[in-house]
Design a protein around this ligand. Structure first.
Ligand code: NAD
Length: 265
């Protein structure tokens, strides 16, 4: 089996890279950064987000596992003290795999410029480059509302505990194939009206955000934030691709939510 290791790059995380690499090579596994069957991410959730984007072209052939060298992460849920246990489990393949839904993002531009296509593991948020964001929101091909405010955030179930949670969105179990649209400070008064509640869309329902007057938007894909110019629309739906996590011990989603937000006892 082929493995790769990605690291946050700090000295602590890097020291574990060397240890794990040595152990796994001793177990006759092959280090292959290009075509790994398993990617071990050492650092935090941000490190796993980077690993996901690095290997997003071969998601059907790669499984991910995260070790956290800071606080407990949602994706990075192994502690460095468990490294020996983890290495033995990886070496004793085949391992169990758990799949989580992803968000497909298609950005279309004016003047028929080539569209951009992305996959997000956590979310995609849209903000205006200047002033209030004004966008028409279509759901399933029907006009739903004209949004005015700071922005909109479409998240995956596993991303629902990240930015979406801070916006008052619901936490969605990743066994549910859905995406969630949350408002960022919408303007609501007698003239302007939005639904004001997060919306949860099932797989195969498409949400289209259409530019109204301004066409320049900051669009995030997980930790990446890029200014897109001359945007006509942004299309969101549940992707047909999924991320695969290698599971070596039970750590139920609701326990992770509890341990991260309520108490670690
Ligand atoms: P970062 O270093 O700013 O860390 C953001 C925090 O979000 C970290 O504590 C990380 O552990 C946590 N996080 C990331 N994914 C998570 C998930 N799925 N569930 C629960 N917590 C999660 O940035 P980063 O590490 O590069 O992560 C980027 C993410 O930060 C974005 O995808 C977005 O979700 C999140 N973010 C959150 C807020 C907010 O809560 N107000 C604002 C902007 C971005």
């Amino acid at each position: 089996m082929k493995f790769a290791i990605t690291s946050r790059g700090d000295s602590n995380s890097t020291s574990y890279v060397y240890r794990i690499k040595e152990y796994l090579i001793d177990f006759n596994l092959t280090y292959d950064e290009e075509n790994p069957d398993i990617v071990i991410s050492i650092g935090g959730d941000g490190t796993l987000l980077c690993a996901f984007h690095r290997y997003s072209s071969r998601l059907d052939k790669t499984a991910f596992v995260g070790i956290h060298t800071g606080h407990l992460g949602f994706y990075a849920d192994w502690v460095p003290e468990e490294i020996e246990k983890l290495v033995i489990a990886i070496a004793k393949t085949p391992f169990q795999v758990v799949e989580y839904p992803l968000l497909e993002v298609i950005i279309r531009y004016k003047n028929d410029a080539k569209e951009s296509k992305y996959l997000a593991l956590n979310e995609s948020a849209v903000k205006c480059s200047e002033g209030t964001l004004v966008m028409d929101v279509d759901i399933g091909g029907q006009h739903f509302e004209r949004f005015r405010g700071d922005g909109l955030c479409m998240s995956t179930p596993s991303g629902s505990t990240a930015y979406n949670k801070a916006l008052g969105g619901a936490i969605i179990h990743p066994a549910i194939s859905a995406i969630q649209l949350a408002e960022i400070a919408s303007i609501n008064n007698r003239v302007f009206r939005t639904i004001g509640s997060p919306l949860i869309l099932p797989a195969h329902h498409t949400c289209l955000l259409k530019a109204v007057s301004d066409n320049n938007f900051y669009i995030t894909i997980d930790h990446l934030n890029v200014l897109h110019k001359d945007v006509k629309s942004i299309q969101y739906r549940v992707s047909e691709q999924r991320i695969r996590f290698a599971r070596f011990r039970p750590f139920p989603f609701w326990k992770r939510v509890h341990d991260s937000f309520i108490s670690s006892e």
